[in-house]
Design a protein around this ligand. Structure first.
Ligand code: URA
Length: 429
């Protein structure tokens, strides 16, 4: 095979053969195909697409580049193989749902191997959030992971480097060549890791709106359908919810402040949208894992999910009772008029949190545990001129100015009586 021929084929809207795809992924992982050639191929894929057969083979080749995990040794108290279920969100602002969700699903006897990542750009990462808990460790051995899944039913930890190594290399390249936003590449990237992880059931939370990769509904739907097909073909019971990301989830975007909000949800309180989405996703995961008579809302209200959370944090070295880091400096942004807050833009809030130090510009940068944005109003709320709308939090006050710039025009206040409707769950696929 010749890399240039393969690039030309895709450039001229041709279809790659299974053999060409297998060779491309393998040769790129081994360094035989150069980064500049892979960049050109990625751009051709972004512009000209791939058909389902190509995407499926591309995904399989990425899975084959690394190891596969196996949870078949997990047992229920009666000795049967334990069901496993995982959730993946395509990334958003204020999306802390994994934190309450994993322990909640584990309450019902389903094991949740939640292998997670760090944030890059304006979207937060689950591991960055949990690392604000003193002592908590993201890196676990496979043995620890299996023991914790057997004993507690829930683990949130870093994905080992052995899962789909081709994707790691490819994703880093896409990140710096403007080729992240290609549906075949996103779908194969996400699904190769999830299939290699070996979960039995998978619920995808595909975000739609300004704070998501997919800004428009048609593209989000195509991504969701592609991923559901890939999962189903690989024998994973896969469902997708398309959910709103036009405004942040909950009232916090950052790290420690998102953990704090997740703990409120686990204590039976917390913002209504976070509770609603956590319960919806739990119901989907449980149904996909074969549990149909569960009442997740009750397990949040009565403290059963909180019990699993505390054990899960302790088992990874964290102190669930410790106070969380607090940012040294804060600044308030106030409402500029009386009226109804009709919009609070997710992408702009995400950028502000990122600039305040909650996120990173390069993957080796550290994040500030206490940094972020706290919201005091959500779309639909009536506000008064001068009332606090948001509090900016950081340890490094020179960051306030850029965060304020990022938020310019993010809050839209319309005359009283105006409506703001937000449908949290847009569709199910
Ligand atoms: N998340 C991934 O894991 N891969 C992508 O390509 C995009 C989002």
């Amino acid at each position: 095979f010749d890399a240039v021929d393969i690039i030309r084929t895709k450039r001229d809207r041709g279809t790659l053969t299974p053999e060409q795809i297998d060779w491309t992924i393998d040769a790129y992982t081994r360094g035989v195909i150069a980064d500049e050639q892979m960049s050109a191929l990625n751009m051709a894929i972004l512009l000209n697409g791939m058909d389902r057969t190509e995407i499926s083979r591309w995904t399989a080749a990425m899975i084959a580049s690394g190891e596969r995990m196996d949870f078949s040794s997990l047992r229920t108290p009666t000795g049967e193989v334990k069901a496993t279920a995982d959730k993946h969100s395509t990334g958003g602002v204020g999306d802390k749902i994994t934190l309450p969700l994993a322990p909640l699903v584990a309450v019902f006897g389903v094991a949740v191997p939640q292998l997670s990542g760090r944030g890059l750009g304006h979207t937060g990462g689950t591991l960055d959030k949990l690392e604000s808990i003193p002592g908590w460790q993201a890196n676990l051995s496979n043995e620890h992971l299996l023991n914790q899944l057997q004993d507690l039913g829930a683990v949130i930890c870093a994905a080992g480097s052995g899962l789909a190594p081709a994707d790691k290399k490819l994703y880093a390249l896409r990140d710096v060549t403007g080729t992240v936003e290609a549906i075949p590449l996103i779908a194969s990237s996400i699904m190769s890791k999830k299939i290699a992880e070996g979960t039995g059931a998978l619920v995808l939370d595909v975000k739609v709106g300004s704070g998501a990769f997919m800004k428009d509904e048609a593209m989000a739907r195509e991504l969701a359908e592609t991923m559901v097909a890939l999962g189903t073909d690989a024998g994973v019971k896969t469902v997708a919810l398309m959910t709103d990301m036009s405004t942040p989830l909950g009232l916090t975007a950052g790290n420690a402040i998102e953990v704090e909000e997740s703990v409120e949800v686990l204590a039976g309180g917390g913002p209504a949208d976070v509770v609603e989405l956590t319960v919806k996703l739990a119901e989907e995961m449980l149904a996909a894992a074969g549990v149909h008579d569960a009442d997740p809302a009750a397990a949040l209200a009565d403290g059963r999910a909180m019990d699993v959370w505390k054990k899960m944090i302790s088992a990874q070295g964290g102190d669930p009772e410790a106070s969380l880091p607090v940012a040294r400096e804060s600044e308030v942004i106030s409402a500029e008029a009386d009226g109804v807050l009709t919009q609070l833009d997710a992408l702009q809030v995400g950028h502000a949190a990122w600039r305040l130090g909650a996120g990173r510009a390069r993957k080796e940068d550290p994040v500030q545990a206490g940094a972020g944005v706290r919201l005091h109003a959500k779309p639909g709320d009536v506000v008064r001129r001068g009332q606090p709308l948001m509090t900016l939090l950081t340890d490094t006050p020179e960051r306030f100015e850029r965060a304020r710039q990022a938020l310019d025009g993010a809050a839209v206040i319309a005359p009283e009586g105006s409506r703001s409707s937000r449908q949290l769950v847009i569709d199910r696929i």
